[in-house]
Write a new protein. Structure first.
Length: 435
């Protein structure tokens, strides 16, 4: 009986030109979503490689400048300040690229992929965007996760809304009752076949994604398999919804309206309502705080020298160097750098705390907002979540402080700038290699 059902459904699918064309279009959309994500990933990879080359060239130029410069009276080989050395290093920190980000772009195009690592490059410079919650991760991106989460249910609803009512409305249910004993027994195998047809564009797209990305650095079969399992779990989730609606014994038009309403509720209604609630319960004052920080920087610089010295001692109680009145500007700039970076750290910590509260609230509401859970799973496997961005920015702040400590203490201790000095400057590239 099951083989008969499959043959009948297959003939019906290929006999109706509209259904066949719809399936082809959805398959093409799935492949296009993979291609779109791959182009985005390749673009980030190319830009990262370009910036790495610029860093290497700047270090070579810095070494050349060191060799060509004549040693001045202070023995610093022509470099007047730590700022001068820092300005000659053209480094941008780049978040570690995960090939699966091509399947789930997430926040990787909402927020910058690269951050300037200069000591005075404010991490909030030219950016006052609020953190996005999982419902906003895929907005505007035609990647494979968007295709799975939003478009696959439409195809399955289109094929499966009348799995139970078709026989009754065409007048053959009584005949099937005689042959099968109960026509309701045919609903499950029929719906399973239509579900397989519906997920075939997803599986074809995943196969294309594997061929496209398996040679990329950092690609692992385990992560890709987990991503595939999450996609299958989501497809099974929708199979359960459509099966439940079909078992109600309602007409095809009512089934279609109910399933369309469920799609709107799960993918737009509930996320939209919860997003409004998140924003109301956790108001975002980041823009005002960033503006206040920028306005405060000139006042920090104009503090008396004694205040800057106190900041230095609080930052590094074990610091020892011989005081020289000629180094007052060095101490002032060092104290200013420490104070500004600490202010950024405080603000960044407040942002992280707010994000964690929001994420915790979202996790508690996954039972009524399950799509957000699948979104978060895709983003975590692709390293494109808000948590990944926070960790990246925290690493950049740490690097800037380490660089300031290294360069300013080198000058305050009257050490000569040598090739080894340049080679030992903390760089984000070195931090990535260690981890």
């Amino acid at each position: 009986m099951n083989s008969t059902i499959i043959q009948f459904e297959a003939k019906r699918l290929f006999r109706e030109t509209t259904l066949a064309i719809t399936w082809i279009l959805f398959t093409m959309a799935g492949v296009l979503s993979v291609e779109t994500g791959a182009v985005h990933y390749m673009g980030q990879k190319a830009e990262s490689d370009t910036l790495r080359q610029k860093l290497e060239m700047s270090l070579v130029k810095l070494q050349r400048k060191l060799e060509d410069a004549r040693t001045d009276n202070t023995g610093r080989s022509g470099f007047g300040s730590p700022t001068e050395i820092d300005r000659n290093i053209q480094e941008y920190a780049s978040r570690r690229l995960n090939p699966l980000s091509a399947l789930s772009i997430g926040q990787s195009d909402v927020y910058p992929m690269f951050r300037r690592t200069r000591m005075y490059s404010n991490i909030f410079m030219n950016e006052q965007d609020a953190f996005k919650n999982p419902e906003q991760l895929m907005t505007g991106n035609l990647d494979l996760s968007f295709f799975v989460l939003f478009i696959f249910p439409i195809l399955f609803i289109t094929l499966g809304f009348n799995a139970a009512s078709f026989d009754r409305e065409t007048g053959i249910s009584r005949l099937l009752d005689v042959q099968a004993g109960n026509s309701k027994r045919l609903i499950l195998p029929r719906l399973i076949f239509r579900w397989v047809i519906s997920i075939s564009p997803v599986m074809i797209s995943l196969g294309y994604a594997y061929v496209k990305l398996n040679h990329e650095p950092g690609f692992t079969l385990a992560s890709f398999s987990l991503w595939t399992l999450v996609a299958l779990a989501y497809c099974i989730f929708w199979f359960g919804i459509v099966l439940f609606v079909n078992h109600r014994g309602l007409s095809s038009i009512v089934n279609a309206m109910i399933l369309a309403g469920i799609w709107l509720l799960l993918l737009t209604g509930i996320p939209g309502i919860l997003n409004t609630w998140y924003q109301f319960s956790n108001p975002n004052h980041i823009s005002a705080e960033v503006t206040r920080l920028r306005d405060e920087q000139p006042r920090i610089l104009s503090r008396p020298l004694a205040v800057h010295q106190e900041v230095i001692l609080q930052h590094a109680p074990a610091l020892t160097y011989k005081y020289n009145p000629q180094d007052s500007m060095l101490e002032k700039m060092y104290g200013y750098t420490i104070a500004v970076i600490e202010k950024e750290r405080e603000l960044h910590h407040a942002i992280r705390v707010r994000l964690e509260k929001q994420m915790d609230a979202e996790k508690r509401l996954y039972p009524i907002n399950p799509v957000a859970g699948f979104m978060k799973a895709f983003a975590e496997l692709s390293n494109t979540t808000g948590d990944d961005r926070i960790a990246f920015e925290r690493a950049v702040l740490e690097l800037r402080m380490r660089k300031a400590d290294y360069l300013f203490l080198h000058f305050l201790n009257k050490k000569e700038v040598t090739r080894e000095t340049i080679d030992s400057i903390p760089l984000y590239t070195h931090m990535q290699k260690k981890h």
